[in-house]
Design a protein around this ligand. Structure first.
Ligand code: FAD
Length: 508
């Protein structure tokens, strides 16, 4: 059970609601029931419900809801408006019963009915009535695949009215991008008189995005993923009379699964990139490895090219530092240096913003064009240190690249990791320069000391020699003592000079 205010925000839930939905009370309070919405029901269904309760009438119906863990469950709901003294709703109370099991049994029984269906007009009519009330989309075709019956849910969901569908081939609902291998397996099974279940990419009625020459065509919003079950119908003699197709829209589920897969591969890539950047190889080589890891991800596989621009401090341009992939000579020549503000990279270098560009031919910011350029998209990732721009990581993608939160976060983090590596590299270079300068100073000092010592030792030896000769001449006692003192002082000075010479040859 749950209670909401008139906006539909939950103000009370009982334990059973939490148990069935998998959400805690804290997670549900203040939220709309959208939190359990499975996207199974169309807009009209929800609007009818709201129409009744806002008019002060109770509403009863079946909701297909989604648990927190993604599993679907069915509830039979009665929503009762509590009215104020003017007869206007002030709260809504919803009382529900879990009917998931009943629904599953009903689905099984429809399947059993299909397999037991014989060419019995009364039974077929009865069966169509059952399908009319089914929440799944259903079609019956003849043996050639021509539609003989379509239920209301299918007409409503696909946008085709019944009259337009009757007599058409069921492939009318196929998307041009559907998996032809899966269709071939389906045909193969049906020809053998066996049923087939699987996922197919189908399409609702409507005009597809128009292809414009030279531009990429965006994804078709009318396509949907269907969980399809096709079963042959035989008459009493076992002759094939047609097929029943039951399908359910599972687009959100397929998208969720794709998002989970992509998040896993993005996480792996981020890890591999941080390992690649910590290697001891030259920075240029490490950055090429980073690009290779990114190119292996989905959405990069068609282009497999990109690079890194660096911006020197106080300069108003970007210089190409790494370029990886197949680029034209014209591109290499023209893009060696680009001014800030030019094209996508120059713009990102000014704003510091992460740019995603869907199609080079439709994006007015992509103002650098080249001969023979093919439609492509871009991720333009600023490489920042605080508010300072160090450079730009630019990646070519297929047109209309993924803009999911996980992909954007991963690339922004790659930008941060590259920034860190560039800063470490700068610090390393500065350290090496300081060490070289210190070594140079020390060598100069040693050379000076060594020179100086040599220069003093020679005349000092001359002085000592002369004093020795002087000692051998006739002198008074007093004169001899003075010469002796001079000789001793010269000896002491020579020892100091020899020590300086030895010291100057040491290297630290
Ligand atoms: P919404 O943004 O809700 O809009 C869909 C349409 O509903 C709008 O176009 C509008 O016509 C109408 N609408 C929405 N809010 C109001 C409003 N406050 N007043 C008048 N009209 C409005 N949904 C489920 O999927 N499962 C449930 O179990 C479920 N239980 C509910 C129980 C209660 C008591 C109430 C009040 C609502 C319940 N809902 C349930 C409906 C839910 O609140 C959402 O409207 C629904 O899930 C669709 O969500 P949405 O975001 O797609 O569309």
């Amino acid at each position: 059970m749950s209670i909401t205010d008139i906006q539909g925000n939950i103000t009370y839930v009982n334990d059973k609601f939490c148990e069935i939905s998998g959400f805690s009370k804290e997670e549900l309070m203040g939220q709309s029931h959208r939190i359990v919405n499975s996207d199974y029901h169309d807009k009209e269904f929800i609007q009818n419900m709201w129409h009744s309760i806002t008019q002060g009438y109770s509403w009863q119906g079946e909701f297909c809801n989604q648990r927190k863990d993604g599993h679907l469950y069915w509830v039979d709901s009665t929503i009762v408006p509590l009215l104020d003294k003017n007869g206007k709703p002030r709260q809504y109370i919803s009382i529900r019963q879990d009917i998931t099991e009943l629904k599953d049994n009903a689905a099984i029984s429809i399947r059993q009915d299909i397999t037991e269906l014989k060419d019995n007009a009364a039974k077929l009519e009865q069966f169509k009535h059952a399908l009319d009330a089914s929440h799944d989309m259903a079609l019956i075709t003849d043996t050639k695949g021509r539609i003989k019956y379509a239920n209301p849910v299918l007409c409503q969901f696909t946008g085709w009215n019944k009259a337009a569908l009757l007599g058409q081939h069921s492939s009318l609902l196929d998307s041009v991008n559907t998996n032809t291998d899966a269709l071939a397996v389906m045909q193969h099974n049906l020809i053998k008189g066996e049923s087939w279940s699987g996922r197919l990419l189908n399409r609702r009625k409507g005009i597809a995005p128009l292809p414009i020459a030279g531009q990429a065509t965006p994804a078709d919003p009318l396509e949907y993923w269907a969980d399809v079950n096709v079963t042959p119908i035989h008459d009493a003699d076992g002759t094939l009379t047609g097929y029943v197709q039951i399908q359910r829209d599972i687009t959100s589920q397929v998208q969720r699964e794709a998002a989970v897969r992509q998040e896993a591969s993005d996480t792996d890539a981020r890890l591999a990139i941080s390992v690649a950047l910590q290697q001891s190889s030259p920075i240029h080589e490490r950055l090429i490895n980073v690009l290779d890891i990114l190119f292996a991800l989905q959405a990069f596989d068609l282009q497999r090219k990109g690079g890194i621009f660096l911006k020197a401090k106080d300069e108003d341009y970007l210089d190409m530092f790494v370029l990886h992939g197949k680029f034209s000579e014209e591109f290499i020549r023209r893009e060696q240096r680009i001014p800030l503000g030019a094209c996508l990279c120059g713009r990102a270098a000014i704003s510091g913003e992460f740019i995603v560009s869907d199609d080079c031919f439709c994006d007015p910011r992509h103002d650098h064009l080249f001969d023979g350029m093919q439609p492509h998209g871009h991720y333009i990732v600023p490489i920042m240190s605080g508010d300072n721009i160090l450079g730009i990581l630019f990646l070519y993608t297929d047109p209309y690249p993924d803009q999911s939160e996980s992909r954007m976060n991963m690339l922004a983090q790659v930008g941060d990791l590259i920034a860190l590596s560039l800063l470490q590299e700068q610090a390393q270079v500065a350290l090496e320069m300081a060490r070289d300068a210190a070594l140079q100073t020390s060598t100069t000092k040693s050379d000076f000391l060594s020179n100086m010592s040599h220069e003093i030792r020679t005349p000092m030896n001359g002085v000592l020699g002369m004093l020795d000769i002087l000692k051998d001449t006739e002198m008074s006692r007093e004169q001899f003592d003075l010469v002796e003192t001079a000789a001793n002082s010269a000896e002491a000075l020579l020892t100091i000079i020899n020590d300086i010479l030895d010291f100057s040859t040491y290297h630290y």
